[in-house]
Ligand binder design. Structure first.
Ligand code: ZN
Length: 235
């Protein structure tokens, strides 16, 4: 498995960048995890959207899903069809706008088999319905938290992950239990509890040096690294 970071900032992109979007390659299959602002252009530099086995959305906040709006024009012009999985509980107005017949929007089933991978989801702690994703080929496992603050069951869901891609939107001094995201240190505690092999910090705030977030995370979980656009993670 190989994960490429297309965009990693939130809630808006850095100059010339993109918000959440990750391309997961497994054997001959390609899956897109989230499709935020600026992601379609980054994706097109790597592969055509019709090459995707599907899009797995953590949730429908705009920084995770807004480029699906213009993706519809691409699909129409290329006579292509794309399946997009969303949290079943979602009631975002964005979902109603994803109405092109070329876009097949479906709720996550209990267990999803796609692109040679098995995907399980877990509702996490965010102001709108959001799912963490656990993707495995039976040997290697990637867990993506989506957007979340503290979520007691997340550590068992992420147990033993080879790579944990975790929301780390705040420095510890900025974090409170009422906010919608984890801090880098809280993400590190999660990685420690889950006994993950590696931690990748994402949903990075524009304006903070990633090194500062890394420093706070590494004090708790040394195998922590902030992601960056274009980064490739091999599992
Ligand atoms: Zn969100």
């Amino acid at each position: 498995m190989k994960l490429r970071v297309l965009g990693c900032h939130g809630p808006f992109p850095a100059a010339g960048g993109a918000t959440s979007g990750y391309l997961l390659e497994h054997q001959q299959s390609l899956l897109l995890l989230d499709c935020g602002a600026g992601v379609l252009g980054k994706l097109l530099s790597l592969c055509p959207p019709e090459a995707l086995s599907g899009v797995l959305l953590s949730h429908l906040h705009y920084d995770h899903a807004s480029d699906l709006l213009v993706m519809q024009y691409y699909l129409q012009l290329h006579k292509a069809r794309l399946t997009v999985y969303v949290p079943p509980e979602d009631q975002s107005p964005l979902r109603a706008l994803l109405s092109a017949p070329e876009m097949d929007v479906r709720p996550y089933p209990e267990e999803l088999h796609i692109g040679g991978l098995t995907a399980a989801t877990l509702p996490v702690n965010h102001p709108v319905p959001c799912r963490a994703l656990r993707l495995t080929d039976g040997e290697k496992t990637l867990v993506y938290t989506g957007d979340t603050n503290l979520c007691p069951v997340l550590a068992s869901f992420a147990q033993g992950a080879d790579a944990l891609l975790a929301d780390a939107a705040f420095l510890e001094a900025e974090w409170t239990a009422q906010k919608p995201h984890l801090s880098a240190a809280k993400a590190a505690q999660l990685a420690q509890e889950a006994q993950a092999k590696r931690l990748y910090l994402t949903h990075l705030p524009v304006g903070h040096a990633p090194e500062t977030l890394e420093k706070e995370a590494r004090a708790i979980f040394p195998q922590a690294q902030a992601v960056y656009p274009g980064m490739e993670i091999s599992l």
